[in-house]
Ligand binder design. Sequence first.
Ligand code: PGA
Length: 281
Amino acid sequence: MEYSRSIQMYISQLVEETVREVLGNQSNSGETSGRQKLIVANWKMNMSLQTITSFVEKLTLAHVRSDVVICPSFPYLFPLSELIQKFNCDVELGAQDLHWNESGAYTGEVSAKMLLEADCHYVLIGHSERRDSGETDEMISKKVKQAISSGLKPILCVGESQGQRQIGKTAEVIRKQVLLALEGIEDISSLVIAYEPVWAIGTGLSATPEQAQSVHQLIRKTIDVQYGSISESIPLLYGGSVKPENASGLSAMTDIDGALVGGASLDAESFAAIIRGFERG
Ligand code: PGA
């Protein structure tokens, strides 16, 4: 697919407009959005058969009320699905990636159909760790399309680097990532977006609730300009060093509807504490 110059110019214009609007209209917390909280665990390349068993057992006992999704490595999707059923644990499964083609000679890749057969309902797309290993906006867009058309809910990850934030490019980077990922997509009713500033991932350095809220507001506005009022129902998650201590502060922000949790999701107790923090916020 080719990204034409006119699309790039259109995007730059929209970026400028939205930045102006958002800066002149910062809202913080307080209002209830009516959106259900969604907390997603991104286990990355961690855990083992043994640790996933005790994790599910403990999380079941925690009796959390939010919508919870766990994204393990591919080999654990089937055993995790069995454990979830065995313990009657109220969580859904997500994958950490998918390929945009339906099948074929793509060694090491996984298709949407395979993920559906493994009971997945969600799939992470465009995580910065994958962008780092060469995933482009074009590939991300094809993955989002494939997920939506197959019936998987894409969790599209976007986020700026430390350098981009320092030179004031956060809004521009985020808007471009969102618009390019959604290019040509009409139905976004199953979309979830996770704002994950790269400088906050795995560093212990979380964005403040106000920093995160301002980018979430920008993302919602971006969606609103393109798609209209459906923007109000799109869950916007924050990710990047989410821990039990900062969960309720983040959750109190109007446009933060949940979290994408890496390191702190590997331990059932801290993950349950984060979920409870979001339920309180
Ligand atoms: P972190 O990772 O919570 O360890 O910062 C978040 C993520 O990469 O999704």
